[in-house]
Ligand binder design. Structure first.
Ligand code: SRM
Ligand code: SF4
Length: 572
């Protein structure tokens, strides 16, 4: 009988616990690339090989190899960094990467443009900041994200604590990372026996596919809990302390254009667990997916497809049998938004916290807008903690009253206005896309800001400039900016062309619907402006744009299930 497992399954099996031939590949100075197999394995170490797509054509004409470089993603469970760490991470951006720091939709940092000969040095510098990149990518439990700002309430603190515990518990145990990046000699010493690695949780095949965990504290759904494989929703007792967690499973965004067997899906509620059971639940959910996930077809290997296949009841029964106890019934909760608290807020301990909107998460210095320098100076002034959010934003936490005015001066000096030009921009997310992402079909990070500027004219006509409307764009259907949970979502189809989705819930609990296919900038504005005007004139008190377009019959709601692959509402 032929073995139908996907190619990556063999790669993992033969990789000697994620070593592959990475070390050998790093030593080949004649190329900026590593082998194709190693590009799969290096993901488990937190890095992707990429090439600069803007110069692909020009280099091909000159018969030069692609302009290869590496993206590096940090593991940062809980999303917190100290000022000392910030300064070190900023140094790395300038020394080894492209001079920018990129905050991601899963509340960590990415570096772009690290060349092969600097990879090891960069990993070592990250280690020097007491951080790592282990399992930031690959078929493992990835970075665990939690509610922004752990200083805001005991539940926020509990969510950051759980993020660290789950991340640590589910971390791969292979010593390959340390060998390859931090202590290269071990591997090169052929006389030494290989490390006797085992992976008690993962085994040699790790998971069928990536596995993502998120923790949120209602009423704010800042991590988009229903978009992840595993989610925890904090439930308070009568005194505001943590009673336990509702658990959600089987969310995910990625799909492929034209393949109806792939689809975005919002998670199901699995049950409720006590605080001390939460890590055990993460382990058992992940292990059921390890054993039941599809290892033949990677396009259908995420937990969301396992749950679609077996049903939530059978999945729950298996998790409970491995736990040895039953989960409680999910407890009531309510979300009101997905956004971050932007601007200045005073916490319960009277300290100030500054929510900074970072457009598309990119921290760079631009003429008249020296964001990177300003944040460096804030870090230099000490005392604060930086909290990254799942909306690509940053909260500067624990600011004293005197330091508050100092920070305000720094921001002003560097041209950073904490007031955002519109409610649309304030609620915008874009994935990276071009020029680094190898999967991008269209621009995203380099296009969304300009599209919003154009749409702000429409908002002005409708008197909606300050209304919060969630808008998200991605350069392909993989959904890295979670566009299917945006009131206005764009998904790249081809250069300059996007599918337009409308009608998701403002609080992240309902997927949107395809409204128009292959639309460019001018057509997008032509389609959206009349809808915004209608919304301004016809909306009910407090009604959000995503709810309005459904009530007004512009798109059908996503009903009777967690997916939207059927029942499309297209404009002609
Ligand atoms: Fe993502 C692949 C960037 C969050 C779904 N994602 C990629 C790659 C690595 C492209 C690749 O495989 O070659 C992108 C690198 C671009 C670059 O140049 O940096 C990439 N994903 C990102 C980030 C940086 C987007 C951002 O602008 O912030 C986010 C990093 C998160 C992190 O820190 O870990 C990012 N990706 C997401 C999310 C959102 C989330 O998890 O909340 C999703 C949708 C949720 C989900 O997983 O379903 C997401 N990324 C994907 C997929 C589709 C997965 C699927 O099951 O269908 C891919 C492609 C794949 O895995 O084959 C992908
Ligand atoms: Fe790349 Fe597509 Fe993800 Fe955007 S959504 S970063 S284009 S994989």
């Amino acid at each position: 009988m032929t073995d139908k497992r996907a190619r990556n399954e063999f790669l993992k099996e033969e990789s000697h616990y994620l070593r592959g031939t990475i070390v050998d590949g790093l030593s080949h100075v004649e190329t900026g690339a590593i082998s194709e197999d190693d590009t799969q394995l290096i993901k488990f170490h937190g890095s992707y090989m990429q090439d600069h797509r803007d110069v692909r054509g020009e280099r091909a004409k000159k018969k030069l190899e692609k302009a290869y470089s590496f993206m590096i993603r940090l593991r940062l469970p809980g999303g917190l960094v100290s000022p000392e760490q910030w300064l070190k991470l900023d140094d790395i951006a300038g020394t080894y990467a492209n001079g920018t720091l990129r905050l991601t939709t899963r509340a960590t940092f990415q570096y772009h443009g690290v060349i092969k000969s600097n990879l090891r040095r960069t990993m070592q510098a990250i280690h020097g900041a007491c951080l790592d990149t282990i399992a930031a990518c690959g078929d493992v439990n990835r970075n665990v994200i939690c509610a922004g700002n752990p200083f805001f309430s005991p539940l926020h603190a509990a969510s950051a604590d759980l993020a660290r515990k789950v991340s640590d518990h589910l971390l791969p145990k292979t010593s390959a990372y340390h060998e390859i990046w931090l202590d290269g000699e071990k591997v090169e010493d052929k006389t030494r026996p290989a490390e006797p690695d085992t992976e008690p949780l993962y085994g040699r095949h790790y998971l069928p596919r990536k596995f993502k965990t998120v923790i949120v504290v209602p009423p704010v759904n800042d991590g988009d809990v229903l978009a992840h494989d595993l989610g925890y929703i904090a439930i308070a007792d009568g005194n505001g302390a943590l009673a336990g967690w509702n658990i959600s499973v089987g969310g995910g965004m990625g799909m492929t254009h034209g393949d109806t067997k792939t689809f975005p899906r919002t998670a199901d509620l699995l049950g409720f667990c006590a605080p001390e059971q939460a890590v055990d639940v993460a382990e058992k959910v992940m292990l059921v997916q390890r054993d039941w996930g599809n290892r033949e077809n990677r396009a259908n290997a995420r937990l969301k497809y396992t749950i679609e296949r077996v049903g939530i009841d059978k999945f729950r029964a298996e998790v409970e049998s491995r736990l040895g106890y039953k989960l409680g019934a999910p407890r009531p909760f309510k979300f009101t938004s997905m956004g971050d608290p932007l601007g200045w807020h005073q916490g319960p301990d009277k300290k100030w916290h500054l929510g900074l909107f970072i457009e598309n998460g990119r921290i760079a210095d631009k003429p008249d807008h020296h964001l990177r320098t300003a944040l460096r100076e804030i870090a230099n002034s000490g005392g604060v903690t930086f909290s990254l959010t799942g909306n690509q934003n940053l909260i500067v936490c624990n600011v004293g009253t005197r330091q508050k005015s100092k920070i305000e001066t720094i921001l002003k000096q560097h041209g950073i206005d904490i007031a955002i030009s519109s409610g649309l921009r304030r609620n915008s997310i874009s994935c990276v896309a071009l020029p680094t992402c190898g999967l991008a079909l269209a621009e995203s990070e380099r296009f969304l800001p300009e599209l919003i500027t154009a749409l702000e004219e429409s908002l002005d006509k409708a008197g909606l400039r300050n209304d919060d409307i969630v808008i998200r764009m991605t350069g392909c259907p993989n959904g890295c900016g979670r566009p299917y949970l945006a009131e206005i979502g764009f998904v790249g189809r081809a250069p300059g062309l996007y599918n337009l989705y409308l009608g998701a819930a403002f609080d992240g609990t309902r997927l949107n619907k395809l409204y128009a296919q292959d639309v460019g900038k001018a057509r997008i504005i032509e389609l959206l402006e009349p809808l915004l005007l209608r919304y301004a004139n016809e909306r009910n008190e407090g009604e959000h744009f995503g709810d309005f377009v459904i009530r007004a019959g512009v798109v059908k709601p996503t009903l009777g299930g967690n997916t939207f692959h059927a029942d499309i509402s297209l404009v002609s």
